[in-house]
Design a protein around this ligand. Sequence first.
Ligand SMILES: *Cc1c(COP(=O)(O)O)cnc(C)c1O
Length: 471
Amino acid sequence: MVAPEAVLEWGAPAMNFKTIIEPFRIKSVEAVKFTTREDREAALTQAGYNVFRLRAEDVLIDLLTDSGTGAMSAAQWSAIMQADESYAGSRSFYRFEAVVRDLTGFTHIIPTHQGRAAERILFHTVLKAGDVVPNNNHFDTTRANVEVEQAEALDLVIPEGRVPHLIHPFKGNVNLDALERLLAEQGNRVPLVMVTVTNNSGGGQPVSMENLRGVRAICDRYRKPFFLDACRFAENAWFVKQREAGYADRTPKSIAQEMFSLADGCTMSAKKDGLANIGGFLAMNSDAWADSARTLLILTEGFPTYGGLAGYDLEAVARGLEEVVEESYLRYRIRSTEYLGDKLIAAGVPIIRPTGGHAIYLDARALLPHVPPLQYPGIAVANELYIEAGIRGVEIGTVMFGLHPDGTETPSAMDLVRLAIPRRVYTQSHIDYVAEAVISVAQSRERLRGYRIVSPPRTLRHFTAIFEPLA
Ligand SMILES: *Cc1c(COP(=O)(O)O)cnc(C)c1O
């Protein structure tokens, strides 16, 4: 991938060339299956025109999610073979704990089977009905785990973070005035403040260190604990290094350590920046909260030294957390997402800008102005990408967010198609192919038609809904 002109600001590349290469060579490969257009049409019809219902082996390039889909390194696989599967006090737990503590500085490190288990345990421990949890944007499992406690999940991202085409270096920042107002007026309802790095639901956009410091200061003033949803902490650290004054010469690890030092705890899905296929953790400084959390953990996840994971999972995460902060990895990772974004922008395809860390978000509503939101332009684009090229993305729009608990349906704020990039899985030519396919779909936009839902309404309908193309 050829670097942008800003390459000189990127810190010193290892060589004096502009081309950023994949910082690995490939030892083991997995074949992808090529299908014909007729195969794909049949598969999608069979799946009720919902790409979630496809068999993954009928997909050529799977950009459904970057969660748990990354490739592990030879070092991770060999650590797996060395793992200790003792029920209590396993060596693999102590290695995991040491790596997480070195990175985060938190006192209590509680493994969980994935991120949402950490969320459930934290929120069930600290929330009561009527509470409010502010965040830049809650991820969907975070929101659901707040709401199941009958508390309110409040999104306080800066206004710039809500405008797809608007360029801002830290579109994931928290609106500090709104946070201060909330705590001044209703502080008694707020047991903790959360910030998601990077802001997944807001387009994978980063949060600046200055903004995190601002959140810390407000939390200190109102004596509130501050937790990070840290799923993509390393990608956030890389953006801070690139874009924030004073960080260009710092290592990503030391930037990440500074981010964690501002917080009192975190929830983490190791399926993202843990570079593992499964795993997560809850970490914090509070002895009292950790005590309650471990009690709940034993009830639903497992003993505190494995938390629903095998010893080998703990080893894979420990090694993954060391690899994810390597500069060569992060430079390639963020550049490969940006590289796809640059190609689409150059071809005039509307996307959320600037490109975030882990995904490209196509603006399906802007692309298909002739398809009204309640005819699901995101589904039209996602399905055409699959039929045309065997690529699977995901609608993030009216199907996902438009149905309300009272059964009514309204357009969501945006109709997007997310193309999430798995870590260390696809090569530059795969990404070139994706760009070519998206541009081809964009060129045939006038031909695309909307859909209607023919299955009964239910919550989280995007996973299971059956669609029918409109004539
Ligand atoms: C993926 C994710 C979660 C939930 O983690 P799981 O491992 O999928 O349970 C929480 N927050 C954010 C920001 C995420 O991206």
